[in-house]
Ligand binder design. Structure first.
Ligand SMILES: *[C@@H]1O[C@H](CO)[C@@H](O)[C@H](O)[C@H]1NC(C)=O
Ligand SMILES: *[C@@H]1O[C@H](CO)[C@@H](O)[C@H](O)[C@H]1NC(C)=O
Ligand SMILES: *[C@@H]1O[C@H](CO)[C@@H](O)[C@H](O)[C@H]1NC(C)=O
Ligand SMILES: *[C@@H]1O[C@H](CO)[C@@H](O)[C@H](O)[C@H]1NC(C)=O
Ligand SMILES: *[C@@H]1O[C@H](CO)[C@@H](O)[C@H](O)[C@H]1NC(C)=O
Length: 447
């Protein structure tokens, strides 16, 4: 009997060991949010007169190919194949149930003739263009009200040739807000994978009022001095999965947003359930950011396994008076950073206003932020957490954070104000606001 029980026990141990191991071997991913779809109906841009010589303008070819997909409505959707070559084009609209497939060596290149770029209405949650009043230029590749769209391939390139736009910004000659490289509005079931994005005029990938979006295995590149070339900005969107990507741009690598001041408050659409995982890159601004436009609220964000090099601020939660909105349940873990100006920053005084109509009583709320397992080398300042006097940041939990300074005996200290929470195993030791409030129940530290 005893032997029988022993063998049952051993068997149980063996099975749980096996299950554990297979769980470990499996890569954790959120990409199942939108299953990859294979399409039987395939067309090539060359069937529509597309010429990949880098000179010919292919706007008509893209429009006609996509018109064909939209109106023939083949069962299971249609794949539009872009063969190797450089396809110059003006901006164009996608349609539902399509895959834009870039072969290895395929480049879709934006024209640098900015004169006839389509203008579209401002986003209701911004009330105006983000950088200029009035409308805004349509994104280079655009989708509004779509579902079931895939942009993928074999590491082909979407090149925004943004330097003409950056120069207009620098010279102050921009009439309207610059175009994003890719924008999806009011859309769902979107996959963007295995593509290189280069030199966006403005933000690179902007899903706004969307749900179920997977952005995976992409490379996003823009020079460090290119203005506002954010990598991926989920904006008033839910269920977004961003994984396995390299991003090196002139602004925040990933910034979760939800509208701007009184317009964002009135529109009231949050960003929630956002996963950001296995991202590597560098930026003169933030690695992982929330805000500063967060007026619709941002909640349930998980960012993990992040590697940052030569970056301004590693983790940056930013908002402002007049923004309103609740930023809550944000978890950032397993971050390695090297050569970073400031490791962690949570601030209530960042970002500008759309106009003077913003409500100074619309105070943002920041609560329930967990940052854990962070290792940094050559960090100029470990961090600062500054809440608002009339809206202190609460439940800010730091644990197992080691941010090593630049060489020398002097390490810049943490600075804090109007914040409560807890800190465990944080070096250099954080400010007294976080260390003195233990066991308040405000914050249980998961180790
Ligand atoms: C593309 O979509 C935008 C906004 O939805 C619209 O203003 C524009 O006319 C469309 N362009 C074409 C060529 O259909
Ligand atoms: C821009 O549009 C105007 C008017 O529609 C047209 O005359 C002009 O040829 C266009 N320019 C280019 C470069 O397409
Ligand atoms: C894909 O493109 C990126 C950027 O050019 C490059 O670093 C990477 O090695 C490419 N991957 C493959 C498998 O070609
Ligand atoms: C990621 O991209 C590389 C090419 O850059 C490719 O070899 C690899 O299979 C891709 N992985 C997935 C999961 O698509
Ligand atoms: C907090 O966010 C995580 C995702 O990071 C989610 O799994 C969890 O359910 C959220 N908690 C609450 C109370 O909503």
């Amino acid at each position: 009997m005893q032997r029988f029980i022993l063998s049952i026990f051993l068997c149980f141990v063996a099975i749980s060991w096996f299950l554990n191991c297979s769980a470990l071997a499996e890569v954790i991913t959120c990409s199942g949010l939108v299953p990859m779809k294979y399409r039987n109906d395939k067309i090539s841009i060359t069937d529509f007169g597309g010429v990949g010589d880098g000179q010919t303008l292919n706007t008509k070819a893209f429009q006609e190919a996509i018109y064909r997909i939209e109106h023939l409505r083949r069962r299971g959707g249609t794949l539009l194949y872009i063969p190797p070559g450089v396809y110059l084009t003006e901006s164009f609209n996608l349609t539902s149930h399509m895959t834009l497939y870039l072969a290895e060596g395929a480049v879709i290149k934006a024209t640098q003739d900015t004169r006839n770029w389509t203008l579209i209405a401002p986003l209701p949650s911004y009330g105006r263009g983000r950088e200029r009043p009035g409308g805004r230029y349509m994104s280079f590749i655009h989708g509004d009200g779509l579902r079931d769209v895939i942009i993928t391939g074999e590491n082909g390139t979407i090149d925004g040739q943004g330097d003409v736009w950056w120069n207009m910004w620098r010279q102050g000659t921009l009439q309207f807000t610059r175009p994003n490289l890719i924008e999806f509005m009011n859309s769902n079931s979107i996959i963007i994978s295995n593509v290189i994005f280069k030199n966006s005029p403005f933000w690179n990938i902007h899903p706004v009022y969307c749900s179920n979006v997977v952005i995976r295995n992409v490379t996003i590149l823009a020079p460090p001095d290119s203005p506002n070339t954010d990598g991926i900005d989920p904006d008033s969107s839910s269920h977004v999965c961003i994984e396995d990507s390299y991003i090196s741009t002139g602004d925040d690598l990933v910034a979760v947003k939800s509208g701007w001041d009184e317009y964002g408050i009135a529109y009231g659409r949050p960003s929630n359930d956002i996963t950001i995982r296995r991202i590597t890159g560098s930026s003169p601004f933030a690695g992982i950011a929330v805000g500063s436009e967060a007026s619709g609220g941002v909640e349930n964000v998980l960012a993990e396994h992040i590697n940052l090099f030569n970056t301004g601020v590693g983790i940056h939660l930013k908002t402002n008076i007049g923004r309103g909105g609740v930023i809550q349940n944000i978890t950032v873990s397993d971050v390695y950073m090297e050569n970073v100006r400031k490791g962690i920053k949570i601030a209530g005084d960042v970002g500008d206003h759309p106009d003077n109509e913003f409500n100074p009583d619309a105070l943002p709320i920041v609560k329930g932020v967990t940052i854990k397992n962070v290792w940094g080398e050559t960090i100029q300042q470990p961090g600062s957490i500054r809440g608002l006097r009339d809206s202190p940041f609460t439940g800010i939990c730091l644990s197992n954070i080691h941010l090593h300074g630049v060489a020398g005996p002097r390490t810049a200290p943490w600075t804090c104000s109007d914040v409560s929470g807890a800190a465990l195993q944080v070096s250099p030791s954080p400010c007294s606001e976080l260390t003195s409030t233990h066991n308040t129940g405000a914050c249980s530290i998961p180790l």
